[in-house]
Design a protein around this ligand. Structure first.
Ligand SMILES: O=C(O)c1[nH]c(=O)[nH]c(=O)c1Cl
Length: 310
């Protein structure tokens, strides 16, 4: 299989999935992604214990070369998504994303998942930048280590983590050291680049309402940071920890570059938001064309093979 992958013993027949948060809040959206050609998996909107309306709108805006969002973790609540992933008949893996807005909520949610009949991959979102007053867990290194230590004391099912972008080589070193202490199924990097700002040039006004216009940046603007984080963590993490590359994917070349940096799966947010699910078939065709041009028959032929200048 040209575009295959395997995480925690779970096989993927295609390397694409949605980025959590995009086209995955309702069962209708999730059903549509399941039925979409080119998706090898789907992932739910990050679930909190209870339903959340999220931040006031406008909370998402398209900007040149990307997007800005401060959704505020709107979701239907954990039980809604647990029910979906445990009862839906699917022909491809379904990942469950979870995000407590507090340290103890993360533990409560993961206890519920552990005690549920869900046997798939859970992704712990440590990088939501948009809950007012709540710092991103993954920018607090000690808390991240303490949380994962407590989680793995009871959680025995496949668990991955969604990480924010880092911008300092020492941070790559230090966070990779922490993550390597745990039997993680995968690391998904990057989440949006937190707390950017975009101005409407006609009105001299911000383009989203929450947080005075501050929001996470995604899309093409994020690609250099996304590729660096995939590359940096792939170089540092135990090979047993697989990589989901997220950030800046617009076309097949961007997918190819994520794989060159080490991605096993590639997830797409901003472009999916604006193009819709038909995007996946396009990305797959564009990637396969690039592979054919280079004589590659499988992603295994070039994953992680980024060349440096000696
Ligand atoms: O505001 C959000 O809901 C949100 N927005 C993002 O860009 N990343 C996240 O992880 C979340 Cl949880």
């Amino acid at each position: 299989q040209a575009l295959h992958a395997e995480i925690a013993g779970i096989k993927f027949d295609d390397i694409f999935l949605n980025a959590s948060g995009v086209h995955c809040q309702t069962t209708a959206e999730l059903d549509e992604l399941l039925a979409t050609k080119g998706t090898g998996a789907i992932i739910t909107k990050s679930a909190t214990s209870a339903y959340r309306a999220g931040n006031p709108s406008p909370r998402l805006s398209k900007i040149p070369l990307g997007s800005i969002n401060s959704m505020g973790l709107p979701n239907e609540g954990l039980d809604y998504y647990l029910d979906y992933v445990t009862t839906k008949q699917a022909d491809k893996p379904m990942l469950l994303s979870v995000a407590g807005v507090s340290y103890t909520e993360n533990l409560d949610i993961l206890h519920k998942v552990q005690d549920s009949s869900f046997m798939g991959i859970t992704e712990l979102n440590l990088s939501c930048p948009n809950v007012p007053g709540k710092p991103q867990t993954a920018y607090d290194f000690e808390t991240t280590e303490r949380l994962l230590t407590e989680v793995f004391a009871f959680f025995t099912k496949p668990l991955g983590v969604k990480m924010p972008p880092y911008f300092d080589i020492v941070h790559f070193d230090d966070m990779a050291k922490i993550l390597n202490k745990f039997p993680l199924a995968h690391v998904n990097t990057i989440n949006s680049i937190g707390n950017g700002l975009w101005i409407n040039e006609d009105t001299d006004t911000v383009v989203i309402k929450p947080k005075g216009g501050f929001g996470g940046i995604g899309g093409a603007l994020a690609k250099p940071t996304a590729l660096a984080n995939v590359r940096a963590f792939r170089q540092r993490l135990n090979p047993t920890i697989k990589m989901i590359g997220t950030g800046g994917v617009v076309n097949g070349r961007d997918v190819y570059e994520h794989i060159l940096c080490g991605a096993d799966l590639v997830s797409v947010g901003t472009q999916l938001q604006f193009e819709g699910p038909s995007m996946f078939a396009r990305l797959e065709q564009e990637l396969l064309a690039i592979m054919a041009e280079k004589g590659y028959t499988s992603v295994d032929d070039f994953r992680g093979q980024l060349k440096i200048i000696e």
